[in-house]
Design a binder for this molecule. Structure first.
Ligand code: 4NP
Length: 159
């Protein structure tokens, strides 16, 4: 029996401090609970928050679900990510357009929109909660949690 390396998944938003860290946390948690090996990371298309920890509202939302993400650090997407990951998953359509524009030609990575992995929400954006209140972060969590469950099934099935 040959063992293939675990699928590698990168979540991308604009700042890498609100939405994509929560998506990373949700899939890490789901994979750990199911004992499924995955390589998971997150990044932002922008550089403003590089090196900073997650937004305190994202940290609080993750903690409400028993997950500590205080040690995560924001970084910017690089062209090397298109070689290092099998799946790059964008939080909104602008992130997806930005990723498509920077993808090296011939890169084998699969790009998708996060909510394309949630039945009934295909084609929709994970709204940016940065300028709103705590309730926006709860909505983000709900969406990334649902996507994580589907992704885990999809990635386990493709093994
Ligand atoms: P994120 O949210 O893309 O979900 O991390 C944002 C964080 C910061 C900014 C925008 C969106 N910003 O403009 O600084």
């Amino acid at each position: 029996m040959t063992s293939r390396p675990p699928p590698r998944v990168l979540f991308v938003c604009l700042g890498n401090i609100c939405r994509s860290p929560l998506a990373e946390a949700a899939l890490r948690d789901a994979a750990e609970r199911a004992s499924v090996a995955l390589t998971i990371d997150s990044a932002g298309t922008g550089s403003w928050h590089v090196g900073k920890g997650p937004d305190p509202r994202s940290r609080a939302e993750a903690l409400r679900h028993g997950i500590d993400i205080a040690h995560y650090r924001a970084r910017q997407v690089t062209r090397g990510d298109f070689e290092r990951f099998d799946h790059i998953i964008a939080m909104d359509r602008q992130n997806l357009a930005d990723l498509e524009a920077m993808a090296p030609s011939g890169a084998g990575v699969r790009l998708s929109l996060l909510l394309d992995h949630v039945a009934g929400l295909e084609g929709e954006d994970v709204e940016d909660p940065y300028y709103g209140g705590a309730e926006g972060f709860a909505t983000t969590w709900d969406q990334v949690r649902r996507a994580a469950d589907t992704l885990l099934r999809e990635l386990s099935a493709s093994d």
